[in-house]
Design a protein around this ligand. Sequence first.
Ligand code: FES
Ligand code: FES
Length: 157
Amino acid sequence: MTRITVTVDGQRFVDDVEPRTLLVSYLRENLGKVGTVVGCDTSNCGACTVHLDGRSVKSCNVLAVQADGHEVTTIEGISTAGGLHPMQQAFHECHALQCGYCTPGMIMQAIDILTDNPDPSEEEIRAGLEGNLCRCTGYHNIVKAVAQCAAAGKGGE
Ligand code: FES
Ligand code: FES
């Protein structure tokens, strides 16, 4: 076991984990952060996307020990005192989900896109989301939601 200290959604945790424990497993099984989901476990689908020190990572592709001393934000940590994060609100308003399985990762990746580029073109949004798969929506409304959030000037963290 290895002791790690990690801040998740603003709260500090100290835990002993197996060195092989994936960050997504630690978040879900140790901390109960089940808003972060597993779609493939092979770093293809992006459903498990979280932020590590403010940048998106696929948490099935990161070891919990690699988060030691760092800050993780999950979909459960982005809402504000006033309610939904603007990106969550935009997904809601644009009907950018159907089953919702991809949505947590999609939103975390969308925020990351706007952190880098607050005014992306449609092509840049699509390129930024290429590592996140959705089997339901055809992506159109997801791209629309990201564009709407960008246009409102409220996208990145
Ligand atoms: S579960 Fe991590 S990329 Fe699919
Ligand atoms: S809404 Fe079902 S996978 Fe994207």
